[in-house]
Design a protein around this ligand. Sequence first.
Ligand SMILES: [Zn+2]
Length: 339
Amino acid sequence: MRTLSIFEPGRLVMEDLPRPVLTPGNAIVKMEMCGICGSDVTAYSGKNPTMRYPVHGLGHEGVGVIAEIGENDRGLKVGDRVALEPYVPDFTCHMCRVGRFNNCADIHVCGVHKDGMMTEYFSHPVRLCYKLPDELDFLRAALTEPLTIGLHGASRARVTAGDQVVIFGAGTIGLMAAFACLSLNAEPIIIDVVQERLDFARDALGMPRVFNSAKGDVKEYLSEATGGAMCQAMIDCTGAAPVLANMHDYVWHGGRIALVGWPHGPVNVNQTRLMQKEIDVCPSRNSCGQFPTAIRLLNEDRLPIKKLITKTIRLEETEATIRDMMEHPGNYLKVVIQI
Ligand SMILES: [Zn+2]
């Protein structure tokens, strides 16, 4: 079977590997589609600090059809269409015991710490397979995993109805966080420096408020947008040092901040102001328990989430596409590989 493996930065290889053998607790899934994540691009460019090379099969945003499965307590059977939760925990550590599987002390994320989903057949724990509704096509379903990242960020920032939530970053994950806020009847306020992305968010997606932080003062804009109160919550999807250094200014006293974007290194934050305002700063890693919600939202199709799909490609076109994504990041949101 064809598998798109990565051996080191800049070295993606189409391998011909034997089909995996069914093992207890796992299913063999015939992969249909797999999204390309920003972290796949940085795995290729060598800028992904969590990447462990080599992995046989890049990718963690996969959906497919169960080809082989044993007896299981989830009611799954051969032929079922599924989305795959890609964070494989040990199911035994102190985090797993309290249900925080995303934060397992020995987590293995597909395509990052272990073999991933850009392959024809994939062996995956049955516990991490989620059945798709018949009406939900694979293309929309391929957005499940990135949507869960936005939902988890909103969960970490304890977003509730009526909140105004400032979101930094209008890339795929920032927009997913904005959709998560809308699904909770909160108002997202999207900040970026790339005007085209903001225009897309406002004009194509109908996002209520966008602001270009290269063209004005974010704190002033937020003050105006919130009637002087500032936001109840913030979700950072950039990891950018200047955003984190000033985050205390963007939420009100007692505000909640979720950190979703990976920083490029240690950053300075204003601990004095964070303490004076008793702001909750909550790093947000992967997602936890959000697959059913994401699948429901995609299936309802009330929010224009599928507009994030820039294009679909064949598995053979992946390397050229990733190279183009590196050169022209502004041209892309989500690319989905048809396997
Ligand atoms: Zn664990």
